[in-house]
Design a protein around this ligand. Structure first.
Ligand code: 13P
Ligand code: SF4
Length: 341
């Protein structure tokens, strides 16, 4: 049966929901008629969520209909980890990518953690295995191995500490010794080599989104707007991008910068294209220029598969972890919370 055939809302309920959605989504360029189309889906998702005591945690790179229509919390990897650790819900639907849902399960093993699409991978998480980590340990004895949170549970289990884009610099400075191994993001590792006091041994992974932002796309906007433009870039971008921008931050750092600089009206975001939609809704008095690079993994999240997973999850949509790996991986995340505060 098609999802729409199972829904039973009155015309009035649909119009009220469409009005609610439109107050937010108009900021991302949606029409009222678009909101009317998705209203039965958001109504049903929110209804089932309540009935089953479920929460939807959404990364900022998923589409605005999910962020503003059905999510209970949306933010960056660190914020999502914090929410996953403290939620009192029985079910967490993770509208993000698999490594994030695994992180939620590591932190909240008693909850049912669901992922709408198991195909929501990540090129960084795919770049390194637990065996690679053990080889690094042999190659660099006594040197702390710092794992970006964009890694599998097995890789986290082999690390000394995890970090996210929001806390990496602070945590690396607090580690003992003058050298660290940073995995798997080569670009973030290079950025750290420039900004931290430590020697950073990097690995060879990249984010297919941030690594593909083109320097020309920044130069064009800079020529067009001159001094009026501020360019913010994610620290997963390569050096030739970071050399061209005004501010380097993670997702939350960008948001903080925008809040703290109300005078900046034209803002280019050198990061996943979806963030410009989110910020356009949240900061309607600013003009955002996004990148043209989209994360195909994040976009596996849709209202339809969120509804399906909430109603009746398939076995492949339920996150299960080996308990020994979970406990070891949690140590690296706990260390992150300890050093990051
Ligand atoms: P943050 O949201 O933690 O900045 O990470 C960006 C990212 O690429 C997530 O996959
Ligand atoms: Fe992975 Fe990059 Fe997509 Fe984030 S944006 S999930 S780092 S591929």
């Amino acid at each position: 049966m098609a999802l729409s055939e199972q829904m039973n809302f009155t015309e009035e309920e649909i119009q009220t929901e469409a009005d609610r959605l439109f107050t937010k989504l108009k900021g991302a360029g949606w029409d009222h008629s678009d909101c009317e189309i998705i209203a039965p889906l958001t109504l049903e998702i929110n209804q089932i969520k309540k009935k089953k005591n479920a929460v939807i945690l959404a990364h900022s790179y998923v589409t605005p209909d999910i962020i503003f229509g059905v999510s209970d919390y949306s933010g960056d990897s660190l914020g999502l980890s914090n929410e996953a650790a403290k939620t009192s819900a029985d079910i967490i639907v993770f509208s993000g990518v698999v490594f994030m849902a695994e992180t939620a399960k590591i932190l909240s093993p008693d909850k049912t953690v669901l992922i709408p699409s198991k195909e929501a991978g990540c090129s960084l998480a795919d770049a390194i295995t637990a065996e690679d980590m053990r080889q690094l340990r042999d190659q660099y004895p006594g040197i702390p191995i710092v794992a970006y949170v964009n890694t599998t549970a097995e890789v986290k289990a082999e690390a000394d500490v995890c970090v996210t884009s929001a806390n990496v610099e602070r945590i690396v400075e607090k580690l003992e010794g003058d050298t660290i191994v940073f995995v798997p993001d080569k670009n973030m590792g290079k950025y750290l080599s420039r900004t931290s006091s430590k020697k950073v041994i990097t690995y060879d992974g990249t984010c297919i989104v941030h690594d593909n932002i083109q320097p020309d796309s920044l130069d064009i906007q800079r020529n067009r707007f001159g001094e009026d433009l501020v360019i913010l870039a994610h620290s997963e971008c390569p050096p030739d991008i970071l050399d061209r921008v005004d501010v380097v931050e993670g997702t939350t750092g960008m948001q903080r910068y925008i809040i703290e600089h109300p005078e900046k009206k034209k803002i280019m975001l050198a990061t996943e294209c979806g963030l410009a939609d989110r910020f356009s809704v949240e900061f309607p008095d600013r003009e955002f220029i996004g990148s043209c690079v989209m994360c195909p993994y994040m976009k596996k999240n849709e209202l339809r598969n969120i509804l399906q997973v909430l109603r009746d999850p398939r076995p492949d949509q339920i996150i299960n972890l080996d308990e020994e790996i979970r406990v070891k991986a949690k140590r690296s995340l706990d260390k992150m919370f300890e050093l990051g505060s």
